[in-house]
Design a protein around this ligand. Structure first.
Ligand code: ADP
Ligand code: MG
Length: 353
């Protein structure tokens, strides 16, 4: 096990810079998830950690040792990719044991470690099978087995669940997290899926365009997003944003959108007239009498909850409520907003006020 320090990391491909000074501290045994939209630099960062991609500037340390110029196989890390890259003509046992065979370890040691990894991953029954005789989830577990036998200081995962169907992703998510709890090894896990990030991470690193937007525990990011990007990316369904400005009526502040929609505001440092973006999560809106009048556009029942999309002029918002709602399109409903649930951002800088 080891801690990992990423310090002012820069990556250029020729004259194009894709990583602009990334700093991340990863503690020993921590499960860190790098999350962000496609193209933000997650894989590049992971590949630099693995030593598969050259570092243009800055440093990476693993266990206190700067590894910038250390070869991948000497970094004591193991990487699991989205494509499992199993050998089709080797059995499960031989696939799992392959890194040890390459390292010319004695057969007895290989057998022992393969047996142990298979038992951890519930693959014991399948050791003699070939990859084509396995389900997607089992193949993914074989790929993880191949990483486990190396007993690395750090596991790197690059979108390992992307090729699995939705139900299996949930199961594998739990399995990987359980695996981490058993092994205690430091994990850096890349995904574009914020639900995966929220459910698996001790610490989430939100990235955009080769920069870190915010780092924090899942619920810290959910409760206190630094800017509209993080606010909109973390949480599902996404936070509602309405553009407008701060007004004052009868001595109290309120929000007025560009289209004239009035919404309640908490005590805020924002001044009268300041251009702001108003954020409220769908699950923080209740529906009832006395709320902000909104015209229903679409109602989406899922059984356990109901998502209601509604409009006021040009402003569209959605509420996610527990109760069943059978309103028709065009009908008026009240959206109840507790001012303490409101997130307010500067409209220009997009940072939290
Ligand atoms: P992510 O994994 O977050 O989807 P990547 O790390 O793959 O993103 O890519 C980050 C950026 O670097 C993208 O803009 C991508 O086009 C660019 N990039 C990645 N690999 C190369 C390469 N070999 N040459 C040039 N640009 C690259
Ligand atoms: Mg990627």
């Amino acid at each position: 096990m080891a801690n990992v320090t990423i310090d002012n990391l820069i990556k250029r491909y020729g004259s194009v810079q894709v990583m602009h000074g990334v700093d991340v501290d990863i503690e020993d045994g921590e499960f860190v998830v790098l999350v962000g939209p496609s193209g933000c630099g997650k894989s590049t960062l992971l590949r630099m950690l693995a030593g598969l991609e050259e570092i243009s500037d800055g440093t990476i340390s693993i266990g206190g040792r700067v590894v910038n110029d250390v070869l991948p196989k000497e970094r004591d890390i193991a990487m699991v990719f989205q494509s499992y890259a199993l050998y089709p003509h080797k059995t499960v046992a031989d696939n799992i044991g392959f890194p040890l065979k390459m390292a010319k370890r004695p057969q007895a040691e290989i057998d022992e470690k393969v047996t142990q990894a298979a038992s951890i991953l519930d693959l014991t029954k399948y050791l003699k099978r070939f990859p084509k005789e396995l389900s997607g989830g089992q193949r993914q577990r074989v790929a993880m087995g191949r990483a486990i036998v190396r007993d690395p200081q750090v596991f790197l995962f690059d979108e390992p669940l992307s090729n699995l169907d939705a139900k299996l992703r949930v199961t594998m998510r739990v399995e990987i997290k359980e695996l981490h709890q058993r092994l205690g090894t430091t994990i850096v896990y890349v995904t574009h899926d914020q639900i995966e990030a929220m459910t698996m991470a001790d610490k989430i690193v939100v990235m955009r365009d080769g920069r870190v937007e915010q780092i924090g525990a899942p619920l810290e990011l959910y409760d206190n997003p630094d800017n509209t990007f993080v606010a909109g990316f973390i949480g599902s369904p996404s936070m509602n944003f309405v553009h407008g400005k701060v007004a004052v009526r009868d001595g109290a502040k309120l929000f007025v959108s560009d289209g004239g929609l009035e919404l309640p505001l908490p005590e805020t440092a924002a001044a009268e007239g300041q251009a702001v973006t108003y954020g409220i999560r769908p699950e923080h809106i209740r529906i009832g009498a006395g709320g902000v009048p909104m015209k229903v556009v679409v109602v989406e029942p899922t059984g356990s909850e109901t998502q209601v999309f509604a409009r006021s002029g040009k402003d569209l918002m959605d509420a996610l409520v527990k109760e069943r709602i059978s309103a028709r399109s065009g009908e008026e409903l009240g959206f109840l907003i507790n001012p303490s649930d409101v997130h307010l951002f500067d409209r220009k800088t997009e940072t939290r006020i």
